[in-house]
Each structure stands twice: as structure tokens, then as C-alpha cells.
Design a protein around this ligand. Structure first.
Ligand SMILES: Nc1nc2c(ncn2[C@@H]2O[C@H](COP(=O)(O)OP(=O)(O)OP(=O)(O)O)[C@@H](O)[C@H]2O)c(=O)[nH]1
Length: 308
């Protein structure tokens, strides 16, 4: 019996619904003692705050995309985790939206990790509401995420009618690749964990540095932000800024944490409980490098400060 720690990699393009799926999973009674390792693309790991914590820690890898610039940091961090007095029972890795999961999966073939852990599967989420509208560069990346997958989960099925969804699957998926649909991350735990599908020999780890095609900017402030101005700023950047997310200290609701998400043209704001400590806005924006600069993103977010 293989007693090594199973590892599931959750991949998918920016905003595809990885954090939503992981939160659903962590809230399920059937989820065992899972540790989550999160790698956000931006310098600040907003996801670490957005993932619901249970008994286990959520660990983060910041300052770059795990599949390229900080791969060796990840190997060192995983080795420390696996050899600690309290190793995880199960490890979930949420990759950054611009990561190639094949490159992350390949590290589980390294002897310093393969003694302790085994790749259980690579799950790739495809966002049916946005996949067709992405740029060619993003399509290239999404293709590599699909090619590395053992299971596809089509997310946001609620936003696209069945006929259009079928056309997307015909264009993007291979006939023999298992796939299922999910709305708001609702997927049975039994199809996600301990599947023993991971096959390191079939994993390809392309060398191209695709994340260079995206730019990320982080902005934070302890002065409150106008909700209306923030919405206006996000709309102005709409096509160039594909993804943004953050926790906002809002003029309009100063006592509550407001979480917002922008994916493509869709912007959602939600209340997320009272502040625990000093209120502070922290936002990460990710855009196409040929359409916007980090400075422009920060400037637009700055404009949202002050009375609406
Ligand atoms: N309508 C709808 N929205 C969804 C669904 N799944 C996720 N979302 C929304 O999509 C947005 C992005 O979801 P996340 O789970 O943060 O996506 P992510 O893949 O973790 O994002 P990054 O880590 O930034 O790449 C949020 O506003 C979610 O509420 C779904 O099935 N239907």
C-alpha cells in the first residue's frame, strides 16, 4: 500500500473558479485533513485570505508564478512540509491562473519529493463563460492546461446555455478526457480526491515563459475607497485588465470587508463579514502586458480613493 501523501493540482486560467471550488471542497464533511498550497500570480497572495481555513494551514507561495520563477522555492517548501513533524494527509495545490500545471506536476518526479508524495491528479477548470473571448496567448496557455489534465471541470455552467456549452466542449476538449460541469464549485469530493490518475510519464512541461504576456499590479491602502469610483475604474480598464480581485475598505460599508472579483467583463462585489483588525484595501489586478502597464492599473485604483 502506497502511504505517500497524495497531491492534487487544481489548475485553470485566471478567474476560472479554482478558489471557489477549493472552498466548496474544504467545507464538505467528506474532505479529509487537507493542506492547501496557493500560488497567486501577483506579488500578494489575496487567495490566502479568501480560502476558508479549517484545522489546516493554508500556505502560500508569492512573488511569482510557481511554474517558472519560483519553482525551486516550491520544491524546498514542499520538502520542508513533507519532512516536518506534522506532514499533511492530503495536499491540494492551487496554481496561479497563468501557470502551466505540467511544470508543477513534474516536480513530483524529483527524488527529494517522490519519496514522500505522489501526484494523484491534475484537475483543470475551464471557464465556459470566458474561454472563447480570451486572447490568442491566453488560448495557448489554456490549451497547455487542458493537455496536462486528468480531469476537466467546466465552471460557470449557470452562465452559458447548454447548446453553447456543447460547442465549447467540441472545440476545446478531447473525446477521451473525463469532464464534468460545476456551478459555484459544487463537485462531489469523490471525483476530486484520491483518484490515482496522475501519470508523471505523460506529463509534458513546456519551457515557454507564457506568464510574461501578463502584467500584475498590487495596490493597497488604509484610506477607504469609493465603491462607485472603483467600479468606474474597473470598467475603464475592462478589456485590458482581465482579472482583478481584492478585499476592499469601502466608504459605503466601512464596517464590512467587501470582496470583489473581476473576470473578463463581469464584476461581482460581496460582503464578507466584519473587519478583523484595522480595515485595509488590498487589490491585485492582472492584465494583458501589450494593453496595460502595472503603473496604469495602480493609477486607476488610486483614482477610486476619496469620496464618491
Ligand atoms: N456565476 C458563476 N460564477 C462563478 C462560478 N465559479 C466561480 N465563480 C465566480 O468567478 C469569480 C472568480 O472565481 P475564483 O474562484 O476566485 O477564481 P480563481 O480561478 O481562483 O481565480 P484566480 O486564482 O485569480 O485565477 C468569483 O467571482 C466567483 O464567485 C460559477 O460556477 N458560476
Amino acid at each position: 500500500m502506497d502511504k505517500r501523501i497524495p497531491v492534487t493540482i487544481i489548475s485553470g486560467f485566471l478567474g476560472a473558479g479554482k478558489t471557489t471550488l477549493i472552498n466548496q471542497l474544504l467545507q464538505s464533511d467528506q474532505a479529509c485533513n487537507i493542506t492547501v498550497l496557493v500560488n497567486d500570480f501577483g506579488a500578494v497572495n489575496i487567495d490566502t485570505d479568501l480560502i476558508i481555513k479549517r484545522e489546516r494551514e493554508v500556505m502560500e507561495l508569492s512573488n511569482g508564478c510557481v511554474c517558472c520563477s519560483i519553482q525551486s522555492d516550491m520544491v524546498a517548501q514542499l520538502h520542508t512540509m513533507f519532512t516536518s513533524d506534522n506532514p499533511p494527509e492530503y495536499l491540494l495545490i492551487e496554481t496561479s491562473g497563468v501557470a502551466q500545471p505540467g511544470r508543477i506536476a513534474s516536480v513530483f518526479g524529483y527524488p527529494q519529493l517522490s519519496r514522500f508524495a505522489r501526484l494523484d491528479s491534475v484537475v483543470t477548470l475551464i471557464d465556459v463563460a470566458n474561454i472563447d473571448g480570451l486572447s490568442d496567448e491566453a488560448h495557448h496557455l489554456v490549451r497547455s492546461q487542458i493537455e496536462a489534465a486528468d480531469l476537466i471541470i467546466a465552471t460557470k455552467a449557470d452562465l452559458v446555455d447548454p447548446e453553447a456549452r456543447r460547442a465549447i466542449y467540441d472545440r476545446w476538449l478531447f473525446a477521451d478526457l473525463p469532464a464534468l460541469e460545476a456551478t459555484h464549485g459544487a463537485v462531489p469530493v469523490s471525483v476530486l480526491l484520491d483518484q490515482r490518475r496522475g501519470n508523471l510519464e505523460q506529463i509534458s512541461a513546456p519551457e515557454t515563459a507564457l506568464p510574461n504576456q501578463f502584467v500584475s499590479a498590487h495596490w493597497s491602502s488604509d484610506k477607504s475607497v469609493s465603491y462607485k469610483r472603483l467600479q468606474a475604474s474597473l470598467k475603464r480598464m475592462s478589456g485590458a485588465l482581465y482579472r482583478a480581485k481584492g478585499i476592499v475598505y469601502c466608504d459605503e460599508f466601512p464596517t464590512e470587508r467587501i470582496v470583489f472579483n473581476k473576470v473578463g467583463a463581469r464584476i461581482d462585489f460581496a460582503k464578507s463579514g466584519a473587519w478583523d483588525g484595522v480595515p485595509r484595501t488590498a487589490i491585485v489586478g492582472i492584465g494583458y502586458a501589450n494593453a496595460i502597464t502595472a503603473e496604469q492599473i495602480r493609477h486607476e485604483l488610486e483614482v477610486a480613493q476619496g469620496p464618491g
